[in-house]
Design a protein around this ligand. Structure first.
Ligand SMILES: NC(=O)c1ccc[n+]([C@@H]2O[C@H](COP(=O)([O-])OP(=O)(O)OC[C@H]3O[C@@H](n4cnc5c(N)ncnc54)[C@H](O)[C@@H]3O)[C@@H](O)[C@H]2O)c1
Length: 332
């Protein structure tokens, strides 16, 4: 791909989109368009030499403006959050289908060469995730379909829409199923945060307040794998540039319990906290892990960041934000 071709990233004011723009810019892509519904001052990362647009991509005309002249589109915009958000806002999650529908239509109309869609491990069938000692999920495990209610159904539907836009209209689409991506410059409070950022915030709050206690959702024995943002960026771009039209896992296969995740953050912070378990809180499936056989075979990709190292960087950024030592960064 030519580095002077226009690349569009939607959801660029958010976590993964912000990092993706930063990474493309580092690699020397000279024509980048970053789009998000949030006002520009609220973006996690923003760059003066990038075309930054604040647009509501539920609206088809905004999607047309977004795709104008674009060669590659990374569509990462979504109204989403961690378990606390998606379990309580199913209609809002489903409405993201407007963004994905209108973006696909606009991309087709604009003659976009490649269209990337960020799906999720939430598409996997619930019955395959009932045990903490879960068998890692292979791409075929999304069917027969019984995904996460709301958010997962919308993701699965939009995956299929990508497939049919490819088959029927010749729009080249690429679909990643992200598994819990984490890192700095993302949401850590306000209700949309995910477990890694939430655990960092809670440990820091306990340290700063001296409460000595942390609240954990569920019994802490539910399992997950967590993917560091740098690994996610490599996998995402490799997938876009590949010939693989089927959805692929972009995830870590280092399975941990939430209690073990808390252990890691406690070690980073140098504290031990009393654990208070909230059994009625949203917890999601009992166990989830990524089977990376197919993605290794197809893309030669596997994550390389240890959870301990990625969490250290995430903790440090959140600590800086919470203690005012580092402000939300606007790069120029
Ligand atoms: N982070 C993860 O662990 C994870 C896991 C699975 C899938 N994903 C998917 O990856 C993508 C990016 O996730 P993220 O973690 O960066 O989330 P994020 O919430 O940080 O970023 C999404 C961005 O989309 C923007 N957005 C929402 N509605 C919009 C609209 N109508 N028009 C324009 N912009 C709009 C939001 O303002 C936000 O900045 C999403 O599609 C998400 O579903 C993420």
């Amino acid at each position: 791909m030519n580095k002077t071709d226009l690349v569009v990233v939607t959801g660029a004011g958010g976590f993964i989109g912000g990092h993706l723009i930063a990474d493309l810019r580092r690699q020397g892509y000279t024509r980048l368009r970053a789009v998000d519904i949030k006002p520009a001052d609220d973006w996690y990362q923003r760059f003066a030499d990038v075309e930054n647009l604040s647009l509501d991509l539920n609206d088809k005309q905004s999607c047309e403006r977004t795709c104008e002249g674009a060669h590659h589109v990374y569509n990462l915009a979504a109204d989403m959050g961690g378990m606390g958000f998606i379990e309580l806002n199913k209609a809002l999650c489903m409405l993201t289908v407007l963004i994905n529908t209108h973006m696909l239509m606009a991309a087709r109309q604009a003659g976009v060469q490649r269209f990337f869609y960020s799906s999720s491990a939430c598409v996997y069938a619930a019955e395959k995730q009932t045990s903490a000692a879960v068998t890692p999920l292979r791409e075929g495990d999304a069917y027969p379909a019984m995904p996460e209610d709301g958010y997962g159904w919308e993701k699965l539907f939009s995956e299929r829409m990508c497939r049919h836009f490819t088959e029927d209209f010749g729009l080249e689409t690429r679909v990643a199923r992200y598994h819990n991506v984490y890192g700095p410059y993302g949401t850590y409070d306000g209700g949309r945060e995910k477990a890694p950022a939430a655990v960092c915030r809670k440990v820091i709050q306990a340290q700063l307040s001296g409460s000595g206690e942390i609240e954990i959702w569920g019994d802490g024995e539910q399992t997950r794998s967590f993917t560091y943002i740098d690994d996610c960026l490599v996998g995402t771009q490799r997938l876009l540039q590949s010939d693989i039209r089927e959805p692929l896992n972009i995830g870590s296969d280092q399975l941990v319990t939430i209690n073990e995740l808390v252990d890691i953050v406690e070690r980073i912070a140098g504290v031990r906290l009393r654990r208070r378990y909230r059994l009625d809180a949203p917890k999601g499936v009992r166990g989830r892990n990524s089977d990376n056989t197919l993605v290794k075979q197809q893309l030669g990709w596997a994550p390389s960041t240890r959870l301990e190292d990625g969490m250290q960087r995430t903790y440090e950024w959140i600590y800086g934000e919470m203690t005012g030592q580092e402000r939300r960064v606007v790069f120029v």
